[in-house]
Structure formats: structure tokens, C-alpha cells
Design a binder for this molecule. Sequence first.
Ligand code: ZN
Length: 287
Amino acid sequence: MQDNTYRSTGSFHPGGVALGLALAIVAMFPVSFIYAYAVRYIPFVYINFLISFGAVFAVAGAYTFGESLGRNRSRAASLIAMLLAGALTLFVFWVTFLYVLSEGKLEYLKMLTDPGYVVDLIKELVKVGWFTLKRSQVKGTAYGVMLAVEAVAYIGIFVFAWWTFLKERVFCEKCQKWVARERVAMYFDLAPLEGIASALAAGSDAWVDQLRLADATPSLQIELASCPGCHELHVVDLIHTQDVVDKDGNPSTEEKVLMSNILIHGATAARFQQRVDQLRAEFAARA
Ligand SMILES: [Zn+2]
């Protein structure tokens, strides 16, 4: 059987990583001030945690956006750069927070250029604490543990962003461009799934004729990444999707990827598009 799976080349390209780091650094300073003032002056510890995680997400998002403008396909290089961005974010957030907490009495530049000084300041702060939880001042070991958990969570957010946003991307080597995956806005019948999957795996285009509209959940959805530059690279994902209602009556959709990164020919992609148009017309006629 021929191998018709799309695989990234994994080539390292410093431009993308540098752009990601640059945007993360540009973002982390203003974001750190919003974070520090919010945490300092909003007296709800749990809201403060949410604000700090949201702020870290914003910086991780800036990195992700920057890297996607470049052409780096090396997952390892992405991870190293994101861990570095995470550590820098943690440090800058601390510097800004200490600056805000001291009401500007601590020198910002001195802290920024002297990590040892910042560590000493944090140790002092842990000893005395600065906020209360359940009417008692949080300090000492409890505060230290809280800060350690928070630091792990910060780095974790960057690893999460690496794992999700930067994971399954398609790159056209011919055009040297990223290709977006697009979800076809249509629910297909799951009944012929076996035939569809085996035709796709065998590199045949017979699966296109087996696509029908679904009448009920669960159903099949299709994602297609087609390079708009060369029209030669086409990558298909099959997704099992099911509408569910939890015990409180909240509806949601559960999704599971059944097959991913299947390469199809340009002619097959064109036939698929025709089939989608045809089904769409059928659906319109039915309504
Ligand atoms: Zn292309």
C-alpha cells in the first residue's frame, strides 16, 4: 500500500522562532503591567489567578502568532523557544509586579537586569506576604508553594500552546507557505464510514461518491487543507462529531479525529468540492 500521509519535514528555520520570541517580548511588558495592577488592586485571589493565567495566555498567543508568520517546521526548536518565552514571561511579570507593589520605589531597570536581586526580593516577600486569604496573611511555606504552582502553571500554558496551536499544521514545501485547514460546513452520514476510510487509506477517490448528508448526530465532518498557491497539496482529516447533553442539560459537541493528514490528489479534491456543492443544492431543495 502506498504511503499517502502528509508529514512535516521538521526543518528548522530560525526566522519564525525569532519572530515568535520578538512578539512575545513586545507583548509581555504591557501585559505584565495590566496583570500587576489588576492583581494588586482587585482583592479576590481566585480572580487574580484567572487574570494571571489569561495574561500568560496572551503572551503565548503573541509567540504563536509570530512563529506562524515564519517558516519554522521544527517542533523541538518551537518548544525550546516557547520554554524560553515562558521563563522570560515569568521573570518580567515578577519584576513588574514588584515594581507595582513597591509603588515605584524599586528600580525597574535594576530588577530587569539583575535576576539575583529579583530572587532575593521574592524571598523577602514570601517571608512577610502581602495579601490575605480566609482572613489570614498568606506567607511563608504556603505562599512559596502557591508561587511554585503558579510558576509551573505559567510554563505549562506555553507547553499547552505549543502542543495545541502549533501542532497539526500543514506546510506547502513548494510554495513555502502554511496552509490553513478548513472545516467543511456540512455533516456527513457515518454509515458508509468503513468504505470511506478504506478508500482514503488506499489512495482511491471512490470515497467521494459515498458522502451523503447526515440526518442525525453522530455524524462525520471533514477538514481539508488545500494549498491556494500551487493547488497541488491537499490534506484531509476525518472527524467523528456528536452532539451531547450533560446531566445539567447543557449541550456540547464531542469530537474525535478518525483519520488525519491523508494526502489526496488535486483531481480528488476537485471531485470532493463538486460533491459538497451537489449535497448543498440537495439540502437547499429539501428545505
Ligand atoms: Zn503550494
